[in-house]
Design a protein around this ligand. Sequence first.
Ligand SMILES: [Zn+2]
Length: 234
Amino acid sequence: MVSPNRISVDDDFSDSLYCMVNNQEDFSLTPDQHDALLIIDVQNDFCPGGALEVPAGDEVVAIINRIAPKFQTIVLTQDWHPPGHASFASSHNADPFSTTTLHYGEQTLWPDHCVQGSTGANFHADLLSDSAALVIRKGMHPGIDSYSAFFENDQTTTTGLSGYLKHLDIKRVFCAGLAFDFCVRFTAEDAVKENFETVVIENACRAIDMDGSADAARESFLRSGVTVIDSTSL
Ligand SMILES: [Zn+2]
């Protein structure tokens, strides 16, 4: 006996209808319970006047504040280095923005920035962060830098973020913040590797753009299957 609530259709049609509905869901950009917003490094030192300022970095704050209420799961990352960190040019008597080789490979050397407990390491004062469930602090190991929110630059030391998101049944992550061509880029690439559908909200990011690094990030997103959108699509 057929249930009165069930529409009687043949199996093939039922399968294709199911696929069609699922595909529509896959293409929807409306965040639901399986989506998370990753807000990357919106900290004073990456904003104008900071130690490692990203041009117009503070402009992302208003955009992120506008889109964040659409998400049920929000994670903040915070670059959080001990004094004398291996990524600091001053630790190597080298010039900022030069490169050196650390035990895991080439490392760009930065001005001292986001030192643990400093004002520069604080989130931008206007960033609405109360609804964030988790703050991932990265770059805490003295000898390893960490651009990605998932893995440090040795590509093996994990931050634990992937497990956290998977336990919450998150399937897709949206990335925003600073800087587009470094920490946002490597977070997005690692999210793909960890099998999350990955979206970068480009107008909610700003780039350092050193030696073509912003274009390199865009090319990498194309290659690795990261979807790049504007916040007005949300
Ligand atoms: Zn750093």
